[in-house]
Design a protein around this ligand. Structure first.
Ligand code: PGA
Length: 259
């Protein structure tokens, strides 16, 4: 069975509650007929409950950009998976490169967060990717495969629809410097092969792998056309409903119509 494409907006540290309301109000009617595509918006914690409330009973999934793996306790400043679910979230980004690079999140922490989300039924979008230096030194695969192995080690025979991976080369994020569609397919194809080795054929055939890094309306179609690319995680171009919807529509074009 074909994998269901996903188009995911990562607002990062942007938008007030009012701006989030305006965005969501404009998005919902337009996303309502994005048949066959999962549309997800990853919003700041402060907006999450409101966006989730507005998106309830619609196909749009509200998600968080981060969370901790313990459920409660003395962890000042952290938000847990049950708290996100209580606020209405259906998904959460884990291990975004900005979390890893700016806030020193380790592979171990990313793996634990992923395992907690899978266990609780919150869909984690697990980000992996290399820096420019690592790529230039020929270490891209060592980095990315290591990040994925650490996550898979913590999971107990997961279903392919229990999590999503996002390959986001760090040098392509927010730089306008997108990976070529061939580079994206190359990396994501290798990731799928590794997931086959670690999780078996059914898992690797079902798990969705997104591309992220300067995805825009003018490059999304060729990226989405790649065999192993199941969607995109988008920062800059997701901040306006108009350009995000162009991306959603490009994802929709890849859905076979079965009459
Ligand atoms: P960008 O961000 O689309 O602005 O490059 C992508 C991401 O960080 O998820």
């Amino acid at each position: 069975m074909a994998r269901r494409p996903m188009m995911a907006a990562n607002w990062k540290m942007n938008k007030t509650i009012r701006e989030a309301q305006q965005y969501t109000a404009a998005l919902l009617p337009r996303a309502a007929d994005a048949e066959g595509v999962d549309v997800a918006v990853f919003v700041p914690f402060t907006c999450l409950h409101e966006v989730a409330r507005m998106a309830e009973d619609t196909p749009v999934i509200a998600g968080a950009q981060n969370f901790y793996y313990e459920d409660s306790g003395a962890f000042t400043g952290e938000v847990s998976v049950p708290m996100l679910q209580d606020a209405g979230a259906g998904a959460g980004i884990v291990g975004h490169s900005e979390r890893r690079e700016i806030f020193a999140e380790s592979d171990e922490m990313v793996a634990r967060k992923t395992a907690r989300a899978v266990e609780a039924g919150l869909l984690p979008i697990v980000c992996v990717g290399e820096t420019k230096e690592e790529r230039d030194a020929g270490d891209m695969w060592e980095k990315v495969s290591g990040q994925i192995r650490r996550v898979m080690e913590k999971l107990d025979d997961p279903d392919g629809d229990a999590l999503v991976f996002a390959y986001e080369p760090i040098w392509a994020i927010g730089t306008g410097d997108t990976a070529t569609p061939e580079d994206a397919q190359d990396a994501i194809g290798q990731i799928r092969d590794l997931l086959r080795e670690l999780g078996g054929d059914d898992f690797a055939g079902a798990v969705r792998i997104l591309y992220g890094g300067s995805v825009k309306p003018d490059n999304v179609a060729e990226i989405m056309a790649q065999e192993d690319v199941d969607g995109a995680l988008v920062g800059g171009a997701s901040l306006e409903v108009e350009s995000f919807m162009q991306l959603v529509e490009a994802a929709r074009e890849t859905v076979p119509s079965d009459g």
